[in-house]
Write a protein that binds this ligand. Structure first.
Ligand SMILES: [Fe+2]
Ligand SMILES: [Fe+2]
Length: 475
């Protein structure tokens, strides 16, 4: 029942064969997808054999199977978490009704937009990361990059399945458009700004998976609460895959910190210029990358106060993180939530109806989760006896969406003048010089067990394999 049928052209656990027209439509989309993967997927990966995990069941235990896969032969498919019998709508105006198996007409265009926006981020990140394999710091890292990439590809399949299965002709057209937009393309860009930024080096990649894939986790968790049951089931399975992406980011940065601390102690120095000369990334530069990716990703949650977010919730389309574990009325008719505000050149807070503050609430949930990762990073310098600690900048630092858009804030949350920003921002955000330095460290290390000088090896390998396992075979 939970098993996935790999004997069909499109592996699936949704009994695709029983719906011939849907199956045919998806089989027409499949070659277009593979063309996109060939053009925009990982550069020069066509002949590589990669030790990848593939979903073989959606059972929480043992869904993953590990083996060498030739990259373009990866079996992308459609996997939904098992249906919960008699699932109900858990929030909003329809709370208590049976969850919807079909899209209600009045919410059709809104739901389609939500699914397309989520779907668009998946191929976008593959495009952003497509050249990174050429400068991998190890085979272990190369394998992890490709694992993330194939799963983002599968997440696109997940959303396209929903579009084809539930939105008819409009859905099929959206499915095509998802393969036509391109990250960073000025004529036909991806929908969200953060997904049009470059991911030019591995430091950016790890920050992206730590922060931006974590946005993905929170968006998916909110959609997993949806009254539209197929969306909920799809997102629940995607979340199990997402956990690995967050692991890659968090441990990637942690290993960079580890390596820098080792060199700092070995040479008894915290001088960034000397450390750079020794081929590691100084901790203040890591903090600047963190500031950049944190602020750009924060924008993905949208404006602090949003009537759209309120409607999505009341209509039952998108819930809160951990909706069913929250102890309240799940309608939010009379509760309030604290959001930031600006008064007389100072940041203050004010209470607004909780219903309108759902973007901010989801952002806050994400920040709590990010902070836990930062706390784990900080144990590395702590153990090494180095006083440096990483910290998150103020929420309003370097924002392009919402309340803070037209303001300049320092990382500690003071409103500053344009002139002061111009003078100071190079201390807070990566400069061209910082980026050029990080870029200069990137070079392919492709021998089993070897790691680039700027990153420590992981504590353990993938699927209990040794660290020096041949995770990628160049044949
Ligand atoms: Fe994803
Ligand atoms: Fe992801």
């Amino acid at each position: 029942m939970q098993g996935i049928n790999y004997s069909e052209r499109i592996p699936n656990n949704v009994d695709l064969a029983s719906n011939k027209s849907l199956q045919r439509a998806l089989e027409r989309w499949q070659p277009a997808y593979l063309d996109w993967w060939g053009e925009m997927g990982p550069d020069q990966s066509q002949t590589l054999d990669v030790y990848l995990r593939t979903a073989v069941s959606v059972d929480p235990k043992g869904w993953a199977h590990y083996d060498y896969v030739r990259m373009p032969d990866y079996r992308w498919g459609i996997f939904l978490a098992p249906a919960q019998s008699e699932r109900k709508v858990n929030f909003g105006a329809h709370k208590g009704d049976a969850a919807w198996q079909e899209v209600p007409g009045e919410y059709r265009s809104t739901l389609r937009r939500i699914i397309v926006t989520q779907g668009d981020t998946e191929p976008a990140s593959v495009e952003q990361q497509r050249h990174l394999g050429l400068t991998c710091p190890s085979l272990y890292d190369l394998r992890n990059l490709f694992q993330v990439n194939v799963e983002e590809g599968r997440h696109l399949w997940a959303m396209v399945y929903l579009l084809h299965a539930h939105f008819g002709r409009d859905g099929r057209e959206e499915g095509e458009a998802l393969l036509e937009r391109r990250s960073g393309d000025s004529d036909n860009p991806r929908i969200l700004t953060a997904f049009n930024e470059k991911t030019p080096d591995w430091l950016s990649f790890f920050m992206f998976t730590f922060l931006t894939d974590r946005d993905g986790k929170f968006q998916l968790a909110a959609l997993a609460e949806s009254a539209f049951d197929p969306l909920s089931r799809t997102c629940r399975f995607m979340l199990t895959e997402e956990a690995h992406h967050l692991f890659v980011g968090e441990t990637g940065i942690s290993r960079i910190i580890q390596r820098t601390c080792e060199v700092m102690n070995e040479h008894k120095t915290d001088d960034p210029a000397r450390l750079r000369g020794l081929g590691v990334i100084d901790l203040p530069t890591l903090q600047k990358y963190l500031n950049f990716h944190y602020s750009v990703t924060s924008d993905l949650y949208g404006s602090e106060v949003s009537s759209n977010a309120a409607s999505f919730y009341t209509e039952g389309l998108k819930g809160r993180f951990d909706e069913t574990r929250i102890d309240d009325d799940h309608r939010l008719q009379s509760t309030e939530y604290e959001v930031p505000d600006v008064a007389a050149d100072r940041i203050v807070s004010r209470h607004v109806p909780a219903l309108t503050a759902l973007n901010e609430r989801l952002r806050d949930d994400w920040i709590v989760d990010v902070q836990k990762g930062i706390d784990r990073w900080n144990r590395v310098p702590e153990k090494a006896g180095i006083p440096f600690r990483f910290s998150l900048p103020h929420k309003g630092f370097h924002r392009r969406i919402g309340l803070f858009t037209d303001l300049h804030l320092s990382p500690d949350g003071k409103i500053i003048s344009e002139a002061e920003w111009t003078q100071q921002h190079a201390r807070w955000l990566p400069t061209d010089e910082d980026r050029a330095f990080v870029h200069s460290l990137m070079g392919r290390v492709a021998e089993p067990g070897k790691f680039a000088n700027w990153i420590a090896p992981p504590h353990q390998g993938i699927n209990k394999q040794p660290v020096d396992f041949e995770y990628v075979r160049f044949s």
